[in-house]
Design a protein around this ligand. Sequence first.
Ligand SMILES: C[S@@+](CC[C@H](N)C(=O)[O-])C[C@H]1O[C@@H](n2cnc3c(N)ncnc32)[C@H](O)[C@@H]1O
Length: 258
Amino acid sequence: MKTNLDDTCTRFDDKAAEWDANPARVALARAVVEAIRTAVPLRPDMAAMDFGAGTGLVSLGLLPDVGEVTAVEASGEMLRVLGEKVKALGVSNLRTLKCDVGEAALPRGCFDLIVSSMVLHHLPDVPLVLRHLLPALRPGGWIALADLDSEDGTFHADPTGIFHHGFERATVCRWLEESGFADASSREAYRITRPGADGVMRTYPVFLVTARALQLKVLADQGLVATCKEGTVKRCSIRNKDFLKLFTCLHRHLTEVL
Ligand SMILES: C[S@@+](CC[C@H](N)C(=O)[O-])C[C@H]1O[C@@H](n2cnc3c(N)ncnc32)[C@H](O)[C@@H]1O
């Protein structure tokens, strides 16, 4: 049976070869990387994931600031173009994963940063994907998501694989916090000015929402603590190497108490 994602993949398979030839896409990706640099304290030892990575405009832009990037993408053609770029650049710290980000068995507790640009509006159930992503982050890890502010439906001329006409930033922040992330906040990352589907020139703001995996829930998901219904810890199985993880998680709660 044909799924929603099949339609999305066909759409992007067809666009892959020409994707980077559009200067507006390159400018948007640059601005998103810059907004991530401003909002997140990037470190050279960070393992990052870019989901819906496309041809890697954001993945490759981030690479100089972090240790490695895993580019997760469902379209085989987008990944083929990215593979060619990686080969031509001689990059060794970018790997690709072909999968549906909402379905794949993602490695647990492996990433310090998860990013995406212009992917959320292609996901039928965004909160479901956010809940799926949380356990992939290490405690203290960051998520940074860029997408369109709510728009009037004129941004895309072709509605294939479009499930949202942008988002209210407050809604994305609420979804993140309901999914177990903490400290959600938003800012403007870019403004796209172009003709809408009706030919009328419009400006479409793009947001960057960030949040952190600082919850006890993360440790519980990783089997390091067991929590009671009320959220208090009932059992803790911390080995030395896990102590730092626990400390990072508790630090936020401690500073709030102090
Ligand atoms: C608008 S493009 C953005 C590509 C890239 N982030 C950029 O800024 O150039 C959206 C991308 O998300 C991918 N995508 C959509 N749904 C996906 C899913 N469920 N899992 C993985 N990739 C997905 C599409 O194949 C497409 O490459």
